[in-house]
Design a protein. Structure first.
Length: 245
């Protein structure tokens, strides 16, 4: 199998991306590189790049691409970064193109871009169903994990609240931002025949089975046309199998 592969996992809020990323990390031993986590760690550690980034953040400005790529480049030099899973990055066409350039200079390239495709209405249902017991942090979901008594914490009987982030207007706004930012990125990788859409509104294990198929075929040493054909056929078979149920 390819030992120094790079992949990208993409998914809207509530798409299940975090769950699938953890499974990928555990099975395939990828270094999980989240630009947001990386930025927070650099700022917390007060590195030179982190201090520069903090100046922009404190001013309410976006951190420039050169700083973000500087952090990523530095992280990629670590010995545990032979296999890398990019999460939530790139978020623009410019970043996608720059990432390709950087990977090329390091003798790497993206072998697969996995997009967890979930309809917006399903994402809204997943998000708006989340309620919490604020004092304890216990989380409930009206569909997937409802409380025993509607609107009340199972342990204390105290009222549950819905965070501002979980309200429908907020979720729809975040989804619009996601689509606006990622549509060009997905089209870019699709044109490069690196994009694989996985139906993300299935059961967790069914989604994982599809992700495994893509990665198992992405990481073996075969010619690129053969690899692309095998992955497309495997995903097609999974879709066909599901329709028969």
């Amino acid at each position: 199998m390819i030992s120094d592969a790079c992949i990208l996992i993409v998914g809207a809020p509530a798409s299940g991306k975090g769950t699938q990323a953890e499974k990928i990390k555990a099975k395939y031993k990828f270094f999980h590189l989240s630009s947001g986590d990386l930025l927070r760690e650099e700022v917390k550690s007060k590195t030179e790049l982190g201090l520069k980034a903090k100046e922009f953040m404190n001013a309410g400005k976006l951190v420039p691409n050169e700083l973000i790529f500087g952090m990523i480049s530095k992280t990629m030099e670590k010995p545990e970064c032979k296999r890398i899973m990019f999460d939530g990055f790139p978020r623009s066409l410019e970043q996608a193109q720059k990432l390709d350039e950087m990977l090329t200079t390091k003798g790497k390239k993206l072998t697969a871009v996995i997009y967890l495709d979930v309809p917006d209405e399903e994402l809204v249902k997943r998000g708006t169903g989340r309620w919490i017991h604020q004092p304890s942090g216990r989380t409930y979901h009206l569909v997937f994990k409802p409380p025993k008594d509607a609107g009340k914490d199972d342990v204390t009987g105290e009222p549950l609240i819905q965070r501002e982030d979980d309200k429908e207007a907020t979720i729809r706004s975040r989804l619009k931002v996601f689509h606006d930012n990622n549509s060009a990125v997905l089209a870019y990788y699709d044109a490069k025949k690196a994009l694989y859409k996985v139906k993300g509104d299935s059961k967790i294990e069914e989604v994982w089975s599809a992700v495994e198929k893509v990665l198992d075929l992405s990481l073996i040493h075969i010619s690129e046309p053969t690899r692309l054909g095998m992955i497309s056929y495997a995903v097609f078979c999974l879709k066909k199998k599901k329709k028969k149920k």
